[in-house]
Structure formats: structure tokens, C-alpha cells
Design a protein around this ligand. Structure first.
Ligand code: SPV
Ligand code: MN
Length: 632
């Protein structure tokens, strides 16, 4: 322990906090806290343990400091981020990298280490003046497990600490029990919301910076509160973990983990799924009748030759827009209960109830929201009308509130065995609703790497633009895309069995521009995939994989949803569209080449081979191939 920090820390801490810190006998933790106590100069520092009393203290402080406000049911609070801090700041989120790594990191928003470090430390200097800081310990994944990544968060935001207490497993005890040889290996997060206004919102957004150092596993986040910018354990940790996984040969993916439950045998089969935003990720993880382990971030490891997964988190930081009694009944019902929930960037009505977009209820014409005191028709400084809530407004909730929570899978120290991976994009005219890859490698290259999300009328800008989103993970991939793809491919080497890989697409439009199945059709695609894991359905081989037979889907629609599924719809939805597919492969190649000049040649070769196969099929059957053609 650096003795220079002793007097400083004793001056800013109670005896209890100081004793908790030193009880860890961890030089790296002590020096981290000491360094930022000195540099950021907070008024006081509280070191929290895992006790219920400390959890309550954090909740109370978030209210006392004005970062959260009580709503009308016990436990529910509301928090607002600054009007300009409503989503992740991609421009100011950067990697600070050693000079020798600058070239390979150049497409990933990298800045030279010395320059970036100097800038962030300048911003951090004295940034916590007059504020009370909390130091809190958490784990990514279960504690005492092969997956565990211990983390320490130093923050002056009690909303951030509170959110983390809901979202992550506590780990003060884990730090206390670390063996000497483990004491160096954990992630560190330093965060400051900086100066706050009278609504408890960050003022100095021009000095918002999120700088990540994957060499030393530390992230600096300054002058922000939106959870995707501020919470160390969420997307910052994810970027560090992706990098660490790349070096160590495991995977950290932007994926849900869920169990499909067979209605007859009750067998539980685990799937993990990656979907770019607005492509149905949460609604797939929450399909009624199935069970959820996690909705956002998964770690995968090879454990005794098996592909196993844990949910990194224990809560959900979910988009609240369109959560209503019909579309999301389980979550909706929970948001209405008197229990610990943080609503962010929604409207607090005069009745102290929270209101949001698409909630399916009448909403008031005035209240307080992410803009300020609000009434219908109010405009912001740029003249844009302010809605009742921000489209990216959120709820923060523990997973164990949910009736479909798979506690057994969630608690498994060795994770759950994953039998299937799902990659779900959004396109109106190319890919079929569900298709199984002929192999794991083909799944990674043709299903995961080619994922795209198409813009809709609901997003700004032109409609129908396809954004590449390999593995739905591009915002967080923290080393070159080619190496990351290789790591995905190699991960299954030496395993007894690789999971099956499926693509899904819920967004194919009819010639009249309409969706052709109900929102719950995804349940049918999931159960078809589940059956395939056990070899229960026959399929038809297309140039990119295996699609279902009509009679199987007809039965599944009837049995699971009591819906009729016509053969004409089947034929349209499962038509193989050759030119569209070749164009998709060309876009994927161009995107990979843009992101990384060192993509291994065998990856391009695999795409070229697939394109050649598609062109051969086109020669034989024509450009749009109905499923029946694949029968022979
Ligand atoms: C996402 O955008 O993928 C989220 C929310 O899960 S955020 O915390 O902003 O990353
Ligand atoms: Mn996410």
C-alpha cells in the first residue's frame, strides 16, 4: 500500500470505511482508491460492504442527494439524466492505446495512450470537489466461479451505485476472500457525474469522456450519468471483458441467455441470442412460457468440453418504451408493483406515477420529465417538441422479480450448457424467419457476421438503410474485428459438441409491406430450433442452411399459439432470395474490409464460396427459390 495515501484516506473516510478498505489487504485496491481520492478530491469516501444496511444507505443517499426522487409506490424512484445525456456517447467513448497498437485499433475510436490519459486526467482533476464518493465491489457473473470477474467502482453518483446494486452481484466478500495470487486481477471503474444542477443532472456535458484502457483494465468516465455511459459494470466492463476474452480464448457476447421449455416433456434447452437494437432481443428473451437467465451480456467458457454461459448481470436496464400490458405483460405488471425500481427519463405525473411512450394508458399533459417541468407542446432549445418521455427511457429492475426467471440456471456457478445460438437481424426482404446453419463455423460467418439492422420509419434518417452489426456487438468489440471473428470461430475447438447456430428474422414484409405473422410467432421459430437440437424435425437444405418443413410449422403454430399458418405464407416467408443474399454478403465483406485491413483470407474465401453456391442455385432454380425446389 502506498503510505502516501494513508493520511489522506483517513481524512476522507470514517474509521469503518478505512477498516473495510484495509481489511481487503489488497494493494491494488488501496492504491486505486488513494490515487483518485487525491486526484479527484472528493469531500468524503464511503467504502461499502455487501450488507443490507449498506444497500439501504445507497438508496437513501441517491434520494438525499437529489439524483433520484420518490414515486408514489414504495421502492419506486425516478432519475433524470441531462437532456443531452440520454444515450451512449459513441464519439467520446475511446480506447486509450499504446503507440504500437494504434494502427490495429484505428477503426475502433482509439487515441494514443499518453494524449488520452493526459486529457482524461485533466478533466478528472478536482472533478469530485465537494462531493461524497462511494467505493463499491461487485462481480461480473457469479462469485466463486470460473466466470467471475471482480470489479471495483469508485463513483460520486449515488444513482450509479444504486443502479449497480440492482444490476450486479455484490462482491465485497469475494474481494475479502481473494487468494494472494488473485489480488491483481480485477476491473477498476472511476466515474464522476461532475457538477450537478438543481435537478440532480450533470452540467458539464462538453467535458463528457469515457476512456478505456484495456491494457490495465481500467475505465475512466467523466461528466455523465446515463447508465450506458456511467455504469462501469455494464458496457465499459463489457469492452474490457471482450478484450480479455480475446487474449484468453473465451467469449463475452452481447447476448441474452434463456431456456426454451418443451411443453410436453418439460425439458429445458438453453439458447443465447444476439440481436442488434430494435430487432427483438428482449422480447425473444421474454417469450411467454419460456424462462429467462439474462437479457444483455453473456460470458461463454469451455467447461469440461461444454459450451457454457452465465449472465454477467442480475438485473435489467431495459427500454421502457412500448412496454405495455399486451406486448410485455410480465415486465409491465412488475413496473406497477411497490418494489425497488428506478425509472429513468420518463414523466413523473402530478399523481407521482411514472408515464412513458407506448404504455397503452392515458398519460397526463404535464409533469416533470427528462427536459424539465413539462407540459404538452413544450419545445426544446432547438425548437423540437419534447415528448412525455425520451424514446430511450429505461427501467432498472432485479431479474428475480420476474415470474419467468430461471433461478437455477442463473445461479449455476459453472453456467448453463448452451445448445443453440440465435442471431436475429432486421430485414424486410432477404432472410427467412428461421434457418439452421450446417455447422458452427458457417453459423459464425453466414449468420453472426452478416447480421444487419434495417432502419425503419421509427428511426431518424432514411428508411430501409441496412447497418452492419456483426454479432450485434460492434459498439463493444475492443480489438480488431478479424481477430474477434477468429476467436468466435476457434472457441469451440476441442469441445465435445458445438451449439447449433440459427438465424432469425421477424421483419420480412409481404408484397403489400405488412408483417406476415403475429409478434408471438417467434415462439414457433424458437420451438422449431429446440426440436432441431434433438433431431426432431426434418428440414430442407438451402444454400445457406436448413429451413423447416411446412407441416411442422403448421402444427407448431396451432399447438403453441392456436394460430393458423398458411402454406402460401410459408412459401413466401421461406423463399430463398439469391440476389439479395449475394448483395448481403458483398455488404458484409465491404464492412469487414473497412473495419480491419487484416481480416484472414479464409473468412473472405468462405463468403465467396457461399456466394458461388448461391449463384449456382440461381442458375438452376431462378432468383427466388420457393422451398419446394429444395425437396429433391
Ligand atoms: C444497449 O444499448 O445495448 C443497452 C443499453 O443495453 S446501454 O446501457 O446504453 O448500453
Ligand atoms: Mn445492450
Amino acid at each position: 500500500m502506498n503510505p502516501n495515501y494513508e493520511a489522506l484516506l483517513k481524512g476522507k473516510m470514517s474509521n469503518q470505511s478505512y477498516n473495510r478498505l484495509t481489511a481487503l489487504k489488497n494493494k491494488k485496491v488501496f492504491d486505486f482508491v488513494g490515487e483518485f481520492a487525491e486526484h479527484c478530491n472528493p469531500e468524503s469516501i464511503y467504502v461499502a460492504d455487501d450488507s443490507a444496511a449498506d444497500e439501504q444507505y445507497v438508496r437513501d443517499q441517491a434520494l438525499a442527494k437529489g439524483e433520484e426522487h420518490k414515486l408514489n409506490l414504495d421502492g419506486r424512484t425516478i432519475h433524470w439524466d441531462s437532456y443531452g445525456d440520454q444515450a451512449r456517447d459513441k464519439v467520446n467513448t475511446r480506447y486509450i492505446v499504446a503507440p504500437e497498437n494504434m494502427e490495429r485499433m484505428k477503426s475502433l475510436n482509439a487515441v494514443a495512450y499518453d494524449e488520452g490519459y493526459k486529457e482524461i486526467m485533466n478533466i478528472a482533476k478536482g472533478n469530485m470537489k465537494g462531493k461524497d464518493v462511494i467505493v463499491k465491489f461487485f462481480a461480473e457473473g457469479p462469485t466463486d466461479s470460473p466466470f467471475t470477474i471482480p470489479c471495483v467502482q469508485f463513483t460520486d453518483s449515488w444513482y450509479v451505485a444504486h443502479s449497480e446494486a440492482i444490476l450486479y452481484r455484490p462482491a465485497y466478500s469475494h474481494f475479502l476472500n481473494m487468494k494472494d495470487e488473485e489480488k491483481d486481477d480485477f476491473f477498476r471503474f472511476i466515474h464522476s457525474a461532475g457538477e450537478l444542477d438543481n435537478r440532480g443532472c450533470t452540467v458539464n456535458l462538453d467535458k463528457r469522456r469515457i476512456y478505456m484502457d484495456t491494457q490495465n483494465n481500467i475505465v475512466y468516465s467523466m461528466n455523465d450519468q446515463y447508465a450506458g455511459n456511467s455504469i462501469g459494470l455494464k458496457k465499459h466492463s463489457m469492452r474490457l471483458a471482450i478484450n480479455k476474452a480475446g487474449k484468453e480464448g473465451w467469449l463475452c457476447e452481447h447476448m441474452f441467455v434463456m431456456a426454451v421449455v418443451n411443453p410436453d416433456s418439460k425439458r429445458k434447452t438453453y439458447f443465447a441470442g444476439a440481436y442488434p437494437s430494435a430487432c427483438g432481443k428482449t422480447s425473444t428473451a421474454m417469450v411467454p412460457g419460456e424462462q429467462v437467465v439474462g437479457d444483455d451480456i453473456a460470458y461463454f467458457r469451455n467447461i469440461n468440453g461444454e459450451f457454457r454461459a452465465v449472465n454477467v448481470e442480475q438485473g435489467i436496464f431495459g427500454i421502457i418504451k412500448d412496454v405495455n400490458a399486451d406486448d410485455d405483460p410480465v415486465i409491465f405488471e412488475n413496473l406497477k408493483k411497490p418494489q425497488e425500481l428506478i425509472f429513468s427519463n420518463v414523466l413523473e405525473g402530478p399523481d407521482k406515477n411514472p408515464y412513458w411512450l407506448g404504455m397503452g394508458e392515458e398519460t397526463p399533459d404535464s409533469g416533470r420529465n427528462h427536459h424539465a417541468d413539462w407540459k404538452k407542446g413544450d419545445k426544446d432549445a432547438s425548437g423540437k417538441e419534447v415528448g412525455i418521455a425520451h424514446p430511450n427511457s429505461r427501467y432498472t429492475m432485479r431479474l428475480d422479480y420476474l415470474s419467468n426467471f430461471d433461478k437455477e440456471g442463473f445461479d449455476a456457478k459453472e453456467g448453463v450448457k448452451v445448445e443453440g445460438l440465435l442471431y436475429g437481424g432486421r430485414d424486410s426482404d432477404t432472410t427467412v424467419p428461421v434457418e439452421e446453419s450446417p455447422s458452427y463455423a458457417s453459423g459464425i460467418l453466414l449468420k453472426a457476421a452478416t447480421l444487419e439492422s434495417e432502419t425503419t420509419a421509427a428511426t431518424l434518417g432514411a428508411e430501409g438503410v441496412r447497418n452492419a452489426s456483426p454479432m450485434a456487438n460492434m459498439d463493444f468489440v475492443s480489438y480488431p474485428l478479424g481477430e474477434y471473428t477468429e476467436n468466435n470461430l476457434n472457441f469451440v475447438n476441442g469441445m465435445k459438441k458445438a451449439p447449433k447456430v440459427f438465424s432469425t428474422n421477424y421483419f420480412m414484409l409481404s408484397p403489400k409491406g405488412k408483417f406476415m405473422t403475429s409478434k408471438l410467432a417467434k415462439k414457433v421459430w424458437l420451438h422449431w430450433a429446440e426440436g432441431r437440437v434433438y433431431g426432431e424435425y426434418e428440414g430442407l437444405a438451402t444454400p445457406t442452411g436448413t429451413i423447416p418443413l411446412y407441416p411442422d410449422l403448421k402444427k407448431l403454430f396451432k399447438k403453441l399459439l392456436n394460430e393458423d399458418f398458411s402454406e402460401a405464407d410459408y412459401e413466401y416467408l421461406f423463399t430463398f432470395r439469391c440476389t439479395k443474399w449475394v448483395e448481403k454478403l458483398e455488404r458484409t465483406k465491404a464492412f469487414f474490409a473497412k473495419m480491419d485491413t487484416n481480416i484472414p483470407q479464409h473468412i473472405y474465401d468462405a463468403w465467396d464460396k457461399a456466394a458461388a453456391g448461391i449463384k449456382a442455385a440461381k442458375e438452376k432454380y431462378g432468383d427466388e427459390i420457393k422451398p419446394g425446389a429444395f425437396k429433391g
